[in-house]
Each structure stands twice: as structure tokens, then as C-alpha cells.
Design a protein around this ligand. Sequence first.
Ligand code: NAD
Ligand code: UDP
Length: 316
Amino acid sequence: MIQSKRVLVTGGAGFLGSHLCERLLNDGCEVLCVDNFFTGRRGNVAHLLDNPLFELMRHDVTFPLFVEVDEIYNLACPASPIHYQHDPVQTTKTSVHGAINMLGLAKRLRAKILQASTSEVYGDPEVHPQTEDYWGRVNPIGIRACYDEGKRCAETLFFDYRRQHNLNIKVARIFNTFGPRMHPNDGRVVSNFIIQALQGEPITIYGDGSQTRSFCYVDDMIEGFVRFMATDDDVTGPINLGNVNEWTIKELAEEVIELVGGKSKLIFKDLPSDDPKQRQPDTTKAKEILDWSAQCEARDGLKKTIAYFEELLKKG
Ligand code: NAD
Ligand code: UDP
């Protein structure tokens, strides 16, 4: 009998993690989903619990984990600024101690390991669009540093484990991704705007709305993860994963209002400090190495996400 591949997904009950668990199960893998439920929810994976190939474990990755797997996707870390700034020390610990623990596990098992890194490693960038060889501009003592520097240090650890222990690492730099199962109180721009528009409330734009982001639909991102994990040992990244279409935040607000068909007004609030002015991935490497580029237009992804939140609000 052929054994199915055993895959660990840390942060598996979160937004991206739950979609990844689902995809891996569909591909015939055994999935061990590990989460401390800080921002993730059992509900995100409730539909997977009956699957005999799926196991859910409550565990905090800042503590060592002893399991047997073939591959590790390390996604555990709050991703929304309001959540990662809620307990900044824990955020850094999750990124750094979490990386050390998961890399230690990978080393013992000689397992492949993929790190969910972020476009935040580029900080408020002077290079646009951002290429992987750009070193970034991060304020090391600002309110976003717990996340940005935590993720940068995690990347350092991944590459040192590669150099020192010859580990099979994959570092993916994820740009803003959205879709169903984002937490309704997540605080990120797409979920905030959709919920505000659906409830007929004002849309809260921070600053003047001229800052830009490039929004990737979740299914595209998961495809990118799986393709990256399947690459040969010499493919370590970092590789940018994201949609190249760049939007101002004001354009996003107007698009959401139009798609929802509501009458929400725009209101302008203070811009949080260190909020990056512009962000757009250069995905040439992803195309060349993974034959991957985002396929879903943000507008189509927004429609699916609006439908999800509409259902969620109906349920109360
Ligand atoms: P999310 O907050 O929905 O998921 C993170 C998950 O990690 C949650 O289930 C949370 O409970 C869990 N977690 C947090 N701390 C933990 C700990 N100490 N131990 C175990 N589990 C812990 O966010 P997401 O959008 O799904 O992000 C997943 C990963 O992708 C994160 O590492 C994030 O930094 C990265 N990322 C996401 C985006 C994006 O736009 N969604 C962009 C860049 C990077
Ligand atoms: N933002 C906004 N209104 C909101 C939430 C966010 O204008 O209700 C802005 C935020 O200041 C930032 C952009 O939208 O410029 C993206 O914010 P998000 O928190 O989604 O992600 P990140 O800043 O980490 O890219």
C-alpha cells in the first residue's frame, strides 16, 4: 500500500491555513493541523474533522512539537496589524521561536519546510514593484516591527538552517491575500470594507486612501504554496507570491461599495504609523520557477468574499 504524504500545517485553523488543509486533503495527503486559536477558529476546519486523514491539535508553536511528518508549512502567526499589535512580544516570539521549533523539527525529520513570509519584509519600500533582491526599509522600533522584524528574523533562521544543516527550505513572501474565512473582526482592509458596506456603515479609509496594495485571491495563493513545496531541493526562494494588479485603498473602497450595491459613505481616519505607502509584487521569479501567476481578478475574488460575509452576517 502506498502511504500518503504526512503534512503539518501550523496556523492551520486560520484563514490561509484552513484553505491549505482543505487543498492538501483533496490532494490525498494526511494533514496535521496545529493551531493555538489566537486568530484562527475551529469553525474554519469543522468541515474537515470527519475526514480520517485530518487531525487537529491545539498547540502553541513557541513550544517544541514532537510529531512525525514529511512536509511542514509554517503559517502560524497573526497577520492582521490589529491582532499582531495586540500582544507584540508574543508576535515576535511566534515568528522567531516558532521558526526555531519548526526548523528543529524539520531537521530531525529531514522534512521539507515552507515559511509563510511576507511582503512586510520590504517595509515601506523605495523599490517598486518589489523584487526579491530588495532588502527592504523597515523601522526596527515601530509598531509594525514585532511582525516585520519577526518575519525577517525567521527568514534569517531559514537560510541559516539551510547553510548550516542543509535543510530543504522554501521561503514564500506573501502579498496581501483575501477571501472567505478571513475573520470578520480581522481588521484587515478587505474584510473591514466588505462588512462595513454590507451593514451600510461608513467605510473607514486610513489616511487619504492613496496608499496602494495588490490583492490576491486565496485560491491562487494556495496553488502557489503547493507548487513551491513541490520544487527541487535547490529551490529555496525567497519567492514573491501575489497578484500584480495594484489598487489604491480608495479605489478598493469604491469597488466594494459598487459590488455590494450599498450607499456607504467614505470616512477618513488617521493613517497608522509606518503604514507602507505602496506595495506591488514583482512575480517574475514565481512565473519562471513555479510557472505560477495569480489567475483570479480581484473583482471576482471580492464577489466570492462578499457572498461569504453576507451568509455569515445572516447567521448572526
Ligand atoms: P490568520 O491570523 O487567519 O492565521 C494565522 C493562524 O496562526 C491562526 O489560526 C492563529 O490562531 C495561528 N497562530 C498564531 N499564533 C500561533 C502560535 N503561537 N501557535 C500556533 N498557532 C498560532 O492569518 P492568515 O492570513 O491566514 O496568515 C497565515 C500566515 O500567512 C501568517 O504567517 C501570515 O504572516 C502570512 N501572511 C499572510 C498574508 C495575508 O495577506 N493573508 C500576507 C503575508 C503573510
Ligand atoms: N486600511 C484602511 N481602512 C481599514 C483597514 C485598513 O484604510 O479599515 C488601510 C491600511 O491603513 C493599509 C491598507 O488599508 O494602508 C491595508 O491594510 P491591511 O491591514 O489590510 O494590511 P497591511 O497594511 O498589512 O498591508
